[in-house]
Design a protein around this ligand. Structure first.
Ligand code: SF4
Length: 195
């Protein structure tokens, strides 16, 4: 195994990163939660709860995410959950293009090591990071995108970020239906997803 295919090795590298200014203002680098899986969920960046606890999606938005995943038939702890940007931006502002670009190699290194079949991009920042261009979430969240990274191809399924659903609960049903669709696609691709 090459060192950069080893997630434990990658995490050690991430933890010492100073590639952008975000590290100076956060408590710690937040890498992932869950397990190595054929489905990877990517959010925007850590918030206050995540920065304090060192795990992504552990605050209110994370609780909502887990609820939606369970409703769609997933076991959240059996999915790999991370963010496009690993350090908390001040006041939870959106990461700048420079910060996204600085952190993107880390996200792509995670994906190269895991080789997922499906990447769920939660919200505009994750969509932009995965597809390389900004697309309105409402439009993107009804579509699938085929992405190639090095020799590996995977599907990207954009979805609303759970924070956007907290702001507008009318999006809840759409989001759960999207997760059901993702689960069905995963089954059709032969992914070993239980639940
Ligand atoms: S946000 Fe990413 S690139 Fe910036 S310091 Fe943290 S780990 Fe490094």
């Amino acid at each position: 195994m090459r060192p950069w295919d080893d997630l434990t090795y990658l995490e050690k590298i991430f933890k010492t990163c100073r590639r952008c200014g975000l590290r100076a203002g956060c408590t710690q680098v937040v890498v992932s939660r869950g397990a190595v899986a054929p489905i990877v969920l990517v959010g925007e960046a850590p918030g206050a709860d995540e920065d304090a606890r060192g795990k992504p999606f552990v605050g209110r938005a994370g609780q909502l995410l887990d609820r939606m995943l369970k409703e769609a038939g997933f076991e959240p702890e059996r999915l790999y959950i991370t963010n496009a940007v690993k350090c908390r931006p001040p006041n939870n502002r959106k990461p700048t293009p420079e910060e996204m670009a600085a952190c993107r190699p880390y996200l792509m290194a995670q994906l190269a090591a895991i080789r997922p079949a499906i990447v769920v991009a939660l919200g505009a920042t994750a969509i932009e990071s995965m597809l390389g261009r900004a697309i309105p979430v409402g439009r993107a969240s009804t579509r699938w995108y085929r992405v190639r990274h090095r020799e590996h191809c995977f599907w990207v399924a954009p979805c609303y970020h759970p924070s956007a659903i907290l702001r507008d609960p009318r999006r809840y049903s759409h989001a759960v239906e999207r997760f059901v669709e993702i689960r069905e696609r995963a089954a059709a691709l032969g992914c070993p997803i239980s639940g």
